[in-house]
Design a protein around this ligand. Sequence first.
Ligand code: NAD
Ligand code: HSE
Ligand code: NA
Length: 435
Amino acid sequence: MPDALRVGMAGLGTVGVGVLRLLESNRDLVRARAGRGIEVVAVSARDRSKDRGVDLSRVRWADSLAELASDEDCDIVVELIGGAEGDALDLARAALSQGRGLVTANKALIAHHGLEMARLAEENAAPLKFEAAVAGGIPVVAGLREGAAANAIERIYGILNGTSNYVLSEMEASGADFGDVLADAQAMGYAEADPAFDVDGTDAAHKLAILAAIGFGSRIDFDAVSVSGIAEVRAADIAHARTLGFVIRLVGVADCEDGPEGARLLQRVRPCLVPKQHPLAHVTGPTNAVVAEGDFAGRLLFQGAGAGAGPTASAVVADLIDIARGRTGHPFSLPVDSLVAMERADPGHRVGRDYIRFTVADRPGVLAEITAAMRDAGVSIESLIQQGRAQDGNGVLVAMVTHEGEERCVRHALELLEDSDSLTAAPLVLPILRD
Ligand SMILES: NC(=O)c1ccc[n+]([C@@H]2O[C@H](COP(=O)([O-])OP(=O)(O)OC[C@H]3O[C@@H](n4cnc5c(N)ncnc54)[C@H](O)[C@@H]3O)[C@@H](O)[C@H]2O)c1
Ligand SMILES: N[C@@H](CCO)C(=O)O
Ligand code: NA
């Protein structure tokens, strides 16, 4: 075993520079825990001349990512470029197929190509690790894969995107609308390269798909995640939720149910009403939190910084320490051929409660029309909030919370109202998170 684990690093942005700083600052501690040094010997980034505030004088610049992937002086490639396709994917494929280990913070890459990556890693006896890809510095990948390894996992859910959680909790604290706080969140440096991914739920969906694959031992299936983001959530919904005893959070939920032909997996990312006493209700700002329910461990809560240079670097270097120690394991907890291709569960028969917000014309009989549709679809209403009179010609908001019932009933009620000219905008349905 060579004295140091030699790393070739691609990408010197927020996370890349964070990794270099951590390795510099905690050099002795990392060496002690890794059993040997961890040295970045080569790098590749777009701009060689940029001052990044870190010492790169002893590091070799690779002329291309292909050169980095085939560099005989590197044991491991650390990919910190980002993006599911293109350069990051080419680099990952090239590194693993040449027997070089891969550490990445790239959830898009793993969500889309995780199975292929795991297969390549297995075939080439190369380690593959991605702790930083899910909830940044929170050791939830290792927590699920190793700490909770003795459990059958029943449900995994959590707040998986810091940007959207910051937006929602700022809207809650200040009463501001979505657009007013989004720019602040993006200025914090946590935004994805495509910033739409943060608010439209895609980033959280990438992370949820990874967690589900690890927790349930299934083949990663990002396309099966149903996703809705936070752009439709208004200040009024947050105010209604507060009145009813809830906060609104973007929550990814994955669970398994038994079906006639084996287990079926349901993966969804949606803004949810979270009861004020639930641990996720207290997660504010860019913090992430993940709950895993194990059959023996019970409810496990992982919480911390899901983004930022320091926390994300902490996860990248933890992976490097594991590799240096020879603790590699299966990336998704099982050998690739043992991962199950799970059917998708039909949510229609799932039982739950919903918050539904209608925007309606301010005229007599509208409420009766809505409640008649609810009655005809078999939806029972638990509470209802109606705003005063329409002020701006945009209609009045009517919000309700349903009693427990099958999801398909709410869907049917909304279908009955689809052509109604009493509704001046599409209704918003937010599920109430099951405790
Ligand atoms: N920023 C965070 O808080 C955070 C947290 C968790 C995971 N991540 C993930 O980490 C990865 C990196 O994120 P970041 O925030 O550091 O991004 P960034 O935009 O700050 O840095 C990306 C770096 O990659 C370089 N790059 C892009 N294309 C390249 C190419 N073809 N060859 C060489 N270098 C190239 C850029 O020049 C830049 O230095 C992404 O996958 C991201 O999703 C980021
Ligand atoms: N854009 C992500 C960064 C961490 O993955 C977030 O806001 O949580
Ligand atoms: Na993590």
